[in-house]
Ligand binder design. Structure first.
Ligand SMILES: [Zn+2]
Ligand SMILES: [Zn+2]
Length: 175
């Protein structure tokens, strides 16, 4: 991986939160020591909407991101406010192609508002950064890590997400 492009994935006619993507790009760059750019061409997620679940099928979105034209060594990370699922799970925070070029992260369930609490923009930025590092780690071939403080720890709740760091542990970093 030599560079990462962040792509907004939105519902039809919904403007993406580009300021959120710009903040994420500036915080991701020092973690991976890479150039992180934000695409100004959002993807319309309508084709992945699954009415029976009122959610978006994550694997189809990742496939669409992987099909975008890329330069050698460029990875694509989709960022979406939409709620994602895969058939065997109620929801996912994100999904990645292991050692593949594409991944996606949803911040639908990373906001405090989702849990009925007052908005906290700084906390959302921090959670989104951790999820982004995690999914990009998978695209680099990293698997889940037993170190609970490592960004590659598997976390399915915001409580566990808030406990772990946005950095890779020394073992994952070596890999
Ligand atoms: Zn994972
Ligand atoms: Zn680790």
């Amino acid at each position: 991986m030599e560079s990462v492009t962040l792509v907004a994935v939105t519902a039809a006619n919904t403007a993406p939160d580009m300021a959120l993507l710009d903040r994420l790009a500036s915080r991701l760059a020092p973690v991976f020591h890479l150039s992180i750019t934000v695409s100004n061409s959002p993807i319309d997620a309508a084709f992945a909407y699954t009415p029976e679940r009122c959610q978006y099928y994550s694997t189809r979105l990742v496939a669409a991101l992987a099909a975008l034209p890329t330069r050698p060594g460029e990875h694509i990370l989709g960022i979406t406010p939409l709620d994602l699922f895969v058939p065997i799970l109620t929801f996912v925070f994100g999904e990645a192609q292991l050692r593949g070029p594409a991944a996606i992260v949803s911040y639908h369930r990373l906001t405090e508002e989702f849990y009925g609490l007052p908005a906290d923009a700084a906390l959302l930025d921090q959670r989104l950064l951790k999820e982004a590092v995690h999914e990009l780690g998978h695209t680099l071939g990293l698997r889940h890590c037993d170190d609970w403080s490592c960004a590659m720890a598997s976390t399915h709740t915001v409580e566990l997400l808030d406990l772990k760091g946005a950095e890779l542990c020394p073992h994952c970093r070596r890999e």
